[in-house]
Design a protein around this ligand. Structure first.
Ligand SMILES: NC(=O)C1=CN([C@@H]2O[C@H](COP(=O)(O)OP(=O)(O)OC[C@H]3O[C@@H](n4cnc5c(N)ncnc54)[C@H](O)[C@@H]3O)[C@@H](O)[C@H]2O)C=CC1
Ligand SMILES: O=C(CO)COP(=O)(O)O
Length: 335
């Protein structure tokens, strides 16, 4: 499959805008859809999306619109950059507009609450396309660092290897290095679960704990994520890769992570509502996905103790201090 000619990115938040910049810098012809007309106008006129990426100058070649039909017209690739819990509703509105053979790419990292489905499954179902047409991009990809052109790598996953290669070409730049993979289950489970573990790490930071605690959470978080992924049919090696360990470490360690920051506020004693208000409308996917992942794990008989306490802190009134004590006090076992 040839390198795509036209790419639409639907969603002009932090990651949608940054990924559109990556694609444009890689030489692709990109149109970015924003919900609000004033955001699209500001991008076209001043080359900035100040609400999400203050101080970042976007490439001249990147065009923005608030008209989804114009954005997807003739696109070979349509990138979906909206939060995972709204993706179904957003995509249902766009479905009649989609070019028949376009590759549909998910940037979202979450598991749908109402159905416990991964994003690629939601896309295949709502767009009514074969799964070979659906791809996922995931890795240690904090938007602000990439927008500043700091080097990173990522994974482009698609069951159709040719589509993965075409997309890999479309987003390769001197600062962004994509690897291909065909294990969508592993890539998506890793991406959704790391947000929950980042919430736990944030809580640990908020409680005043240091790097030993963080490392323990990262390592045991990876263990429970891998257990779930393997139960769902993923390749265990995926969890040692960029979209697994790579993204987990970046998100858990970085103050730029919205999930970690959210957890830190909870750890300092703020309520869910206070932490939500401080997020200024930006998504912290783990807050909802901790519940869907916990249910998915229960359905498959998989133990996920960290995810379980994160859910109970976020939604059942458990305090972070007792949550930490509960994890430490679990039945002793071999590693
Ligand atoms: N920001 C980052 O560093 C990265 C984010 N991601 C993932 O990408 C996805 C999108 O994240 P961001 O762009 O960072 O989110 P964001 O919160 O910065 O932006 C969300 C975008 O979706 C749009 N949107 C459309 N319909 C919406 C609705 N019904 N409700 C709320 N927003 C709606 C918003 O207007 C906004 O442009 C998430 O799943 C996130 O986990 C993945 C990698 C990196
Ligand atoms: O997915 C991300 C980095 O890869 C971004 O994480 P946050 O959503 O926590 O900011």
């Amino acid at each position: 499959m040839a390198r795509p000619e036209r790419i639409a990115v639907l969603g002009a938040g932090s990651w949608g805008t940054t990924f559109a910049k990556v694609l444009a810098d890689a030489g692709s012809d990109v149109v970015l859809w924003a919900r609000r007309a004033e955001v699209a106008e500001a991008i076209n006129e001043s080359r900035c999306n100040t609400g999400y990426l203050p101080g970042v100058r976007l490439p001249e070649s990147l065009r923005a619109t608030d008209d989804a039909a114009a954005a997807v017209h003739d696109a070979d690739v349509v990138v979906l950059a909206v939060p995972s819990q709204t993706l179904r509703e957003n995509l249902a509105g766009w479905q009649p507009l989609l070019p028949a053979d376009a590759t549909l790419v998910s940037l979202a990292k979450g598991v749908e609450l109402s159905t416990l489905k991964r994003m690629s499954e939601v896309i295949g179902e709502v767009a009514d396309v074969p799964m070979e047409q659906v791809a996922v991009v995931s890795g240690p990809n904090l938007a602000k660092e990439i927008a500043a052109e700091q080097p990173t790598a990522t994974v482009v996953a698609c069951a159709d290897h040719d589509r993965a290669i075409a997309l890999q070409h479309a987003c390769s730049t001197p600062y962004f290095r994509p690897y291909t993979n065909t294990d969508l289950i592993g890539i998506e489970i890793a991406g959704a679960c790391k947000n929950v573990i980042a919430l736990a790490c944030g809580m640990a930071v908020g409680l005043g704990f240091g790097h030993n605690t963080m490392s323990s959470l990262i390592t045991r978080g990876l263990a429970e994520t891998t257990r779930l992924g393997v139960a769902l049919g993923a390749d265990p090696m995926t969890f040692a890769g960029l979209a697994g360990l790579g993204d987990l470490v970046a998100t858990c360690m970085s103050p730029l992570s919205r999930n970690r920051t959210f957890g830190e506020r909870l750890g300092r004693g703020e309520t869910l509502a206070q932490a939500q208000e401080a997020a200024h409308g930006q998504v912290s996917e783990g807050v909802k996905s901790c519940s869907s992942i916990r249910q998915l794990a229960a359905r498959h008989g998989v133990e996920m103790p960290i995810t379980d306490v994160v859910h109970r802190v976020c939604h059942e009134g458990l305090q972070p201090g007792p949550a930490a004590a509960e994890l430490l006090g679990r039945e002793r076992k071999p590693e």
